[in-house]
Structure formats: structure tokens, C-alpha cells
Write a protein that binds this ligand. Structure first.
Ligand code: PXP
Length: 243
């Protein structure tokens, strides 16, 4: 079964637009979990533009499904994670000027730093995932620095669903398996493009945010999650039969 991680960052974006407390991302996370989310992801950015420190603390306290703490690989964030002890951390690149996480982490370019920070997280009992582009050398480096999971950035495929982009994801999936890494994927996924991604060999988890929260405005969070889960299940079965 492929797990669905629901990213609730954009509930906080809407809350922050008016500076108050509504809608509450923790309430949204609890509702998502009640209606089929297998985990919750939240990205505490350096500029705190959506999720805030108190949200992470409350998510950790109140959730009964796994919490995936998405964060930059900085000393500040590693210290917070070690204190909070979420189920998992997903290390992402972060630039203040970007609208969203625009590319994968350059693992190759910062192996020593990453290795030390991943070791601290793992010592705290946290499963560590690296959000990377589907590039074989980055996947290999992710295993070398101690990552247990790679989350492949599906943004390029979502933006331009060409066979060549899918091929890169497919080969990335095979490379993850070769290096003994658990495979996750996410970014830019919708009802229309999630099926093919769900068929990637060895895929264990998808993390989806913006589209699901947007769709929830139209049909409600339970309906959006249940349709996404159906699309994922259909995509996974279809590919299994095709193979
Ligand atoms: N996975 C990671 C590591 C991300 O940074 C994001 C975006 O916050 C997502 C998944 C979800 O992407 P989207 O919001 O486009 O579904």
C-alpha cells in the first residue's frame, strides 16, 4: 500500500493571511488523519511564512498518525527536530525568495555537513528522508550520507508530463532500490498526474499539499483525500498489471 502524507502548510498560509488563528492547521491535520491521511507533513520554513513553531509542537502532541517534519538542513532545525522527535524529517533545500521548494537538495555538494546532521537526527530516533531530483548521483550520495529514504521531486514531471521526465523518475526509483533507500515522491501532484507516479516501482509514500488543500476549498478535505487515495490505488494497480 502506498501511504498518503497530507501537507497542511497552506492551511497555515490562509490563517496567516489575516493574522489570526483560523483556519487552524492542527485541526486540518486531525481531520485529514480521521479521513484517510496516513501521515501529516508540515514544513517549518526559516522565515515561518506558513507553519510556525507552536504548530509543530501541537502537531507532535496531538497527532496519532506519523508526523513528517519538513525542514532545511540547518543547525537550528536539526536542534528543533531532535527536541520534538517527530516520526520523520524530510530535508529540503530552502531559499527565502522561492515560492515553494523549487528543486531537490544538492546532496553531492554538501556531503560532510549532511552526514553529521543526519547522524544527529538518526541518533534521536528520527527517520531521515532527503528530497532530491531524480538524478542517480544524488540518490547514491543520499545513501552514502546516511539517508534512509529519498523523496523524488516530481515537480518537473507535474509541470511537463512528458515521457522523458517520467523516465527520470522511473530510473530514480530503480536507483533508490539498488541503494537500499525507501522511495517517496511528491510536489505538484494532482488527481490527473498522481496515477502514473503511484506506479513507480517500490514507491511507499506520496506527499501532497497544495492541490489537496485547494481542492478542499471546493469539495472539503475528506472528499479531496478520499478521491486522491482512489487515484493513487488505481494508478498503483494499473502499473502492477502492466508490468
Ligand atoms: N514534498 C516536499 C518535500 C515538498 O517540499 C512539498 C512542498 O511543500 C511537497 C512534497 C508537496 O508539494 P505540493 O504542495 O506541490 O503538493
Amino acid at each position: 500500500m502506498i501511504r498518503l502524507g497530507v501537507n497542511i502548510d497552506h492551511v497555515a498560509t490562509v490563517r496567516n493571511a489575516r493574522g489570526g488563528t483560523h483556519p487552524d492547521p492542527v485541526d486540518a491535520a486531525l481531520l485529514a488523519a480521521q479521513h484517510g491521511a496516513d501521515g501529516i507533513t508540515a514544513h517549518l520554513r526559516e522565515d515561518r511564512r506558513h507553519i510556525r513553531d507552536e504548530d509543530m509542537i501541537r502537531l507532535r502532541r496531538e497527532l496519532t498518525v506519523p508526523l513528517n517534519f519538513e525542514m532545511a538542513a540547518t543547525d537550528e532545525m536539526v536542534a528543533m527536530a531532535c527536541e520534538l522527535r517527530p516520526h520523520a524529517c524530510c530535508l529540503v533545500p530552502e531559499r527565502r525568495e522561492e515560492v515553494t521548494t523549487e528543486g531537490g537538495l544538492d546532496v553531492l555538494g554538501q556531503q560532510a555537513d549532511l552526514q553529521a546532521r543526519i547522524a544527529r537526527l538518526r541518533e534521536a530516533g528520527i527517520r531521515v528522508s532527503l528530497f532530491i531530483d531524480p538524478v542517480p548521483a544524488q540518490i547514491e550520495a543520499s545513501a552514502r550520507v546516511g539517508g534512509q529514504v529519498v523523496e523524488l521531486h516530481t515537480g518537473a514531471y507535474a509541470h511537463d508530463p512528458e515521457d522523458a521526465e517520467f523516465r527520470r523518475l522511473y530510473e530514480g526509483a530503480l536507483a533508490a532500490e539498488t541503494h537500499g533507500l525507501e522511495l517517496h515522491a511528491g510536489h505538484g501532484l494532482t488527481f490527473d498526474n498522481v496515477g502514473r507516479v503511484a506506479g513507480l516501482p517500490g514507491l511507499r509514500e506520496l506527499n501532497i499539499g497544495h492541490f489537496l488543500i485547494g481542492e478542499a476549498i471546493l469539495v472539503g478535505l475528506p472528499g479531496a483525500i478520499s478521491r486522491m487515495k482512489r487515484e493513487i490505488a488505481t494508478g498503483a494497480v494499473f502499473r502492477a498489471v502492466e508490468r
